[in-house]
Unconditional design. Structure first.
Length: 275
């Protein structure tokens, strides 16, 4: 795992005391924002908007702590890289009683925050992984499991209603004017990752329950590869540079055009579509 620096510990990161426009991203895995919400994400971070990205799963893929902690470190390092500042973060908590949700604030640009719920990766088809009890967000959403834990040592668990309430609290506390998530429109089993759709479903319902009037957008996931490429050469180069930087922390993906040859990442990196 590549280290990141935490300058201090913040007790609670609650309502954002900011007057700038605010974007809340709710995604499943640590590369979803880079692959499917960019270049919008890159523009937001660089524009001075307050940006908080919430990762519902640890992105562990059933592989254990070394893998998911490296991916998390990659997210932190990559946002610092996008912002053009040192990879130094203040660690705090979302401040929602009964739920351990670490939140990291970028020291040089405190309007940039990342939150990690550490729910187990649910696998492409929602079946989960044996190493984490074969649980998934899809199973929680559909009611085939009553609750889901986390891959960290906090002991935090979520029922379906609790996860919806937690996300509603995060929305209300941050008070965004824009909420971005994954594909909440199309159905499970269409070829996109189960965690992508289910994250979108949870985010959609939580936003409807929250006392907030933010604009709400869903981004197409894996199936974006079936659409025409719609980014220009400069956007593609920028998006690739950022994603390949992140990929240095994620052994499950590719970190160059050559390494990505024959893989779907190349198509994803040339596209961005709303649903």
């Amino acid at each position: 795992m590549k280290p990141y620096s935490l300058l201090s510990s913040l007790a609670i990161l609650g309502p954002a005391a900011l007057t700038v426009a605010q974007t809340l991203n709710i995604v499943a895995h640590q590369d979803d924002d880079l692959l499917f919400m960019s270049p919008d994400l890159l523009s937001d971070v660089r524009s001075g908007r307050a940006v908080r990205t919430v990762f519902l799963t640890a992105g562990d893929a059933g592989q254990g702590e070394d893998y998911w902690t490296s991916r998390q470190a990659g997210s932190l390092a990559t946002y610092a890289q996008i912002a053009g500042v040192a990879n130094e973060w203040n660690e705090g908590d979302a401040g929602i009683e009964g739920f351990d949700i670490p939140v990291y604030e970028l020291a040089a640009k405190p309007q940039i925050e990342l939150a990690f719920l550490h729910i187990p990766d649910g696998n492409l088809d929602g079946s989960g992984f044996a190493s984490t009890g074969s649980v998934s967000l899809q199973k929680l959403w559909e009611g085939t499991i009553d609750q889901i834990g986390t891959v960290d040592a906090s002991g935090t668990t979520y029922t379906r209603d609790q996860l919806l309430d937690v996300l509603s609290d995060i929305i209300e506390n941050f008070s965004p004017d824009r909420i971005n998530t994954l594909d909440f429109v199309n159905d499970l089993g269409d070829g996109d990752h189960s965690d992508h759709h289910t994250t979108g479903f949870f985010a959609d319902h939580a936003s409807q329950n929250a006392d907030n009037d933010a604009a709400f957008y869903g981004y197409m996931g894996y199936l974006v590869q079936n659409q025409p490429a719609n980014l220009n050469a400069d956007q593609i180069a920028d998006k690739k540079n950022i994603f390949y930087f992140y990929a240095g922390y994620d052994s499950g993906t590719c970190n160059s055009d050559a390494a990505c040859a024959g893989r779907p990442e190349l198509a994803w990196l040339e596209r961005q579509y709303l649903v």
